[in-house]
Design a protein around this ligand. Structure first.
Ligand SMILES: [Zn+2]
Length: 510
């Protein structure tokens, strides 16, 4: 196998460092290769982060801005992975290598490659989730009913709470690992790419217990890192001496302090107006979802999810709820009177609409920057620390017009403030944010292989890894990358590449 890429969604370089003595496999890859902090993109969300990684391009070049987002035409859009984006697996597939793409978020619907593709979440129920399609039956049989996602996402709302939730994530992970091993055994791909979602799921709900010595859940995160380390060990068995093994997370994670209802804040400052009565269409469904979660066991919900038509099961998932919040935003904003609105989650995405054109765009953005700098975290009484990302600096490419005008990450000490786009809350803050931790831009990477330096600590960017991997495989890739080849991590480039690194030390294969 020429390349094996294992994505550990949301894995934090801080926690890997903290528990490295319990993670012998991760550590051995770090010791035998290059590793460091991996700076993610803006926004640090699984979609488009995995696609940006796979293409080496920023969101405005591939036209992907999230799982769900509001387009400039005020319609709800969904991020899709297509063969024309230029993912590294497509480049390899087109050059005749056999590729396997497994469980990468946002890859529904699967499309033909020279090998196989099994979609990552979100996938509508009853939809075909693999190429070739026949693979579905085979995988179902191999793992006792293949599962793509947990249809329940917040353990505190769930019958049985955390206790009932953890086995769901565990089952998802076990089936994912078993499926990966089966696929590797059946297909023997030259290039294999997959992600694990367990760490991301437990981060979101169990981070808060990590430092609570009295909590029965205080070791959940550490135990999950150990579990992931074992999974890496099992998959490594399929690697050969010439395999380039890349581990990475698409973003990191930090504890959530509070949640800001950002559009309420815009309304309070005269930047956004709603229609007279804010109608929360779909609220009945949201309540129905809450009722189901509280009253049915997770196993029953999983069964309901599986057998329901897509339009019902979609409403049982978090992504369905997010779509409803965004649709409510579209329906309830009085567009003629609104200058700006925001979507978000892990950060705020501001879109300046300014229908009347009575104020300059730059003036409105300056006002937003000023407003976001004035916020006080209600939990600490301290000013928040905003990090601003301007559109022209952050998003470059043919889809730049679709990108937010301004993105703002809000920190309060080491914690991060969650952004909720929900309208009609009548308050600015929630002191019990939906998630216990949310995404940051600091992810992790480690790469080992015959032509990779050993034990090199090097911080890199998410967009650097696909060009680097393609270089190691001896492919030119495209000149359109936004990331750069990590020359200093390469002991000696592939003969086709013909370059020696600045370090100029040849390292033999361990
Ligand atoms: Zn992610």
């Amino acid at each position: 196998m020429k390349a094996m890429v294992i994505g550990i969604d949301s894995a934090s370089p801080v926690l890997i460092e903290k528990w490295k003595d319990n993670l012998p496999n991760l550590r051995s890859i770090m010791d035998h290769g290059a590793y460091g902090v991996l700076k993610s993109i803006v926004p640090p969300e699984s979609v488009p982060a995995w696609q940006c990684f796979a293409t080496g391009k920023n969101p405005a070049k591939i036209g992907l801005f999230g799982f769900s987002y509001i387009g400039r035409d005020r319609k709800l859009k969904h991020g899709r992975t297509t063969p024309d984006l230029g993912c590294f697996w497509d480049i390899c597939s087109n050059r005749g290598l056999k590729v396997g793409v497994f469980n990468v978020p946002g890859t529904y619907p699967a499309y033909p490659v020279n090998g196989f593709m099994v979609c990552g979440f979100p996938v509508p129920t009853r939809a075909a989730w693999s190429y070739p399609k026949t693979l579905m039956k085979r995988l179902d049989k191999a793992v006792g009913g293949y599962e793509i996602d947990v249809p329940v996402t917040k353990p505190s709302d769930l019958k049985g709470g955390e206790e009932a939730y953890l086995p769901q994530v565990d089952r998802l992970h076990t089936k994912c690992l078993e499926a990966a091993k089966a696929l590797l055994g059946w297909f023997h791909p030259d290039v294999f790419m997959m992600t694990f979602q367990g760490i991301d799921l437990v981060h979101h709900d169990f981070w808060r217990y990590m430092d609570d010595q009295n909590s029965p859940y205080r070791n959940v995160l550490r135990d999950w890192y150990v579990k992931m380390d074992h999974a890496v060990q099992e998959l490594r068995q399929f690697a050969t001496a010439d395999t380039n093994l890349l581990l990475l997370s698409d973003h990191g994670s930090a504890p959530a302090s509070a949640a800001l209802y950002v559009n309420e804040y815009l309304a309070e400052n005269g930047m956004l107006k709603t229609n007279n009565h804010v109608k929360q269409s779909g609220e009945v469904l949201t309540r129905f979802r809450s009722w189901l979660l509280r009253n049915l066991s997770p196993e029953t919900i999983a069964r309901v999810y599986k057998i329901s038509p897509s339009f019902i099961s979609k409403r049982l998932t978090l992504s369905g709820s997010i779509d409803r919040v965004l649709q409510n935003l579209i329906d309830n904003i009085s567009w003629d009177e609104t200058k700006c609105f925001s979507t978000g989650g892990h950060q705020a995405h501001f879109y300046i609409t300014n229908q009347n054109g009575d104020v300059a765009q730059s003036e409105l953005r300056d006002k937003l920057i000023n407003m976001m700098g004035q916020l006080i975290d209600p939990t600490t009484g301290e000013k928040v620390r905003p990090i601003f990302h301007l559109r022209e600096d952050t998003f470059k490419g043919p889809f730049q017009d679709e990108a937010p005008d301004l993105c703002v990450e809000l920190y309060s000490g080491d914690e991060k403030i969650q952004i909720s786009p929900r309208l009609g809350t009548g308050k600015l803050w929630s002191l019990s944010p939906h998630f216990s931790s949310i995404h940051t831009r600091e992810g992790f990477w480690a790469l080992a292989g015959p032509n990779v330096k050993q034990g090199l600590r090097l911080d890199a960017g998410l967009l650097d890894l696909a060009p680097t991997l393609l270089q190691l495989l001896g492919f030119e890739g495209s000149s359109d990358f936004d990331g750069k080849i990590l020359d200093s991590a390469l002991a000696v480039a592939h003969p086709n590449g013909g370059i020696f690194s600045s370090g100029d030390v040849l390292v033999s294969n361990p």
